[in-house]
Design a protein. Structure first.
Lengths: 105, 155
């Protein structure tokens, strides 16, 4: 018999479900994080957005808003909302293990 | 779990730059949070979805104490155009989209855009006068049906 160990063991989340320590994130955590958001299987297009969020965060210190995502990730705003109906920047940030993107537009 | 808002219906009733942007920002921001959104354009707010007018929305410079200049100055020829231009440039620097682009973006987020029937009749407009992103021209009763179960924000 095998016991499945959660990759999220010991990971701390804030009350909205964002990583408290983004440095602890690894790609192996994504499928489990996605299931918490109601996404059973992460598609290639969703991966593109998640990796883009992570890269922007590492380069700039903050995740992009939907407007910025739509202009610079190569995925349109319409498609972003199809990929993440519960808020593209917000949900992708949770899956990318980064803080909630701030910005009103 | 924290308490959340699931749905908002935002009414845009004014036709000036400063009358339209707040509602659009609230609508776009709500969708970004995963909140279901309907936007209802009524009275002069219809200009925001009027195909020929939505590119020419002006900042209100008369009777706008927030601008902090003399009341008579706001009415001088060209002042509204000049202040609008100035405001648009500042917004552009902050990457705030123009009104036509913003409305299209909000449509792309999956929000519902609706025109008020009473206002459309009052101004003698037809569906063709409005941008194609507008789903429907609806009555106030239909608006309340769509707004049921959510919050209503009047701007």
């Amino acid at each position: 018999m095998t016991t499945l160990l959660s990759h999220l063991e010991g990971v701390e989340f804030d009350e909205e479900g964002f990583f408290v320590e983004p440095a602890r994130w690894t790609e192996e955590m994504v499928p489990e994080l996605a299931r918490r958001e109601g996404i059973d299987e992460v598609t290639d297009a969703q991966w593109t957005v998640i990796r883009f969020m992570r890269k922007e965060f590492l380069e700039k210190g903050a995740g992009p808003t939907v407007r910025v995502l739509g202009k610079s990730s190569g995925v349109s705003v319409r498609e972003l909302y199809q990929l993440f109906p519960k808020g593209p920047a917000k949900v992708a940030a949770k899956l990318a293990g980064i803080p909630k993107p701030r910005g009103c537009i | 779990m924290k308490e959340t808002i699931e749905k908002v219906s935002i009414i845009i009733s004014r036709g000036s730059l400063d009358g339209i942007y707040p509602g659009l920002i609230m609508a776009n921001g709500a969708r970004a949070e995963g909140i279901e959104v309907n936007v209802f354009f009524t009275f002069f707010g219809l200009d925001a979805i009027h195909a020929k007018r939505h590119e020419h929305i002006k900042l209100a410079t008369v009777g706008n104490p927030g601008l902090h200049f003399a009341t008579w100055a706001g009415g001088l020829p060209g002042v509204s155009a000049l202040m609008t231009h100035y405001m648009e440039r500042k917004m552009g620097d902050l990457d705030i989209p123009s009104i036509p682009e913003f409305v299209e973006m909000i449509y792309d987020t999956g929000a519902g855009l609706y025109a008020c029937k009473a206002s459309v009749d009052l101004f003698g407009l037809e569906k063709n006068d409005l941008i194609p992103e507008v789903q429907d021209i609806i009555t106030v009763g239909e608006f309340y049906e769509k707004a049921a179960g959510g919050q209503i924000i009047f701007t």
